[in-house]
Ligand binder design. Sequence first.
Ligand code: C5P
Length: 470
Amino acid sequence: MASLTIRKLDDAIKADLRLRSAKNGRSVEEEVRVILREYLDGRTEPAMRPAAAEAAAPLRERAETTSEGRITLIIGGGIAAYKALDLVRRLKERHLRVRCVLTDAAQQFVTPLAASAVSGERAYTALFDPTSELDAGHIRLARDCELIVVAPATADLMAKMAHGLADDLASAILLAAKGPILLAPAMNPVMWSNAATRRNAEQLKRDGIALVGPNTGEMAEKGERGLGRMAEPLEIVAAAERFMRKTAKPLSGQRVLITAGPTHEPIDPVRYIANRSSGKQGFAIAAAAKAAGADVTLISGPVELEGPIGVTVVFVESARQMLKGVEAALPADIAIFAAAVADWRVAHAGEQKLKKGGGMPPLQLVENPDILARIANLKEKRPCLVIGFAAETEHLIDNATAKLRRKGCDWILANDVSAASGVMGGDRNTIHLLKRNGADISVEDWPLMSKEEVAFELVAEVARTLGKPA
Ligand code: C5P
């Protein structure tokens, strides 16, 4: 069987091939194989490129647009490399295309095969790749992407970058890059605090390279704890999306936890104490947050509503179950407590149905846990934005102000739920947004809106506060 040497093809065809392969994210050799296969399958006209030079212009344009939504992910050699595969998955969930590059050390922790299986693209390892003649290699990997992410960024990789070394594929890509680079450092805390690493990190920041993390926490080494843990995949995704031009939605990468609906507090197996909450406002917020790209978990009491598409919904009955659901859903970046949680429950709910003949049952009530206050006062795992509602029938702003201070949350959406307002169970709502800034409280009066509009405005305000205008 004859062999084909790409080097010997004429220049116009080579240029055309190079552009096609760049566009499709394949090596030139792979591209030739695809063209041959398509031709043999009858999917392509044989005279596909009659004048390669002419065809090159539109192809070049398209090749340049292929960087859109594409990330080159350099996986460094550290124990956190195993998280890089989850990072790939999270990026792909957001319809981003990821090409993985593994350093030699990274391959001690994850294999190129695993990286390629998760990313759905070839994984790259070698600077001089004899299997892909004419492949622009590190230059293409450096340029044909919107962003280069290095996760984990080891002390060694950071040192190489700070000094402009390029003795392997990863460092050569980083040196050849023209676009933004995001590092997620991960190393032992002593290595992170070492004067050399500090100098290198400062130099890289001066060079315009962005860092996400490291975080404080347990190390892989037994008993070691401190600053050096790689940022969690979703934190890296959120940071990465800030660099992506078109694909980012205002809350993508943010984890939003929402409570909704009433709670049912059992009196016995068939009776319960409830309230008139429909859950509409909380469900609308969940839908709006999802539409804004957030990962949304909705913990709902018993309602007649369907969970919004793409939202993780956990249905509960009582306040105590709702608290458990909320705690299980942490960590979250933003928590919005729209549920009308019963303040009290029956101290000793009957195990069997209470009988009328037994006389009037003494219903002793005890206080339920205040879920909002508990989460707002967490030392660890407190979401960075904790938002509550104040459903009041009188002295709306005064009561809501007192509630904001008492519960320790950041914002309160106060609404009038007196019978005349028609809010409970209705479709519209008039909101007053109270925000706490240290000791000061500001109040913003919103006009009467549908619950969907309230949800949209709230999500937009959250996005603005997090610095990502909707
Ligand atoms: O104290 P009050 O029920 O008026 O507070 C209302 C706010 O607190 C709402 O955001 C509600 O979801 C939340 N809350 C809670 N757990 C409770 C009571 C209220 O999360 N047990």
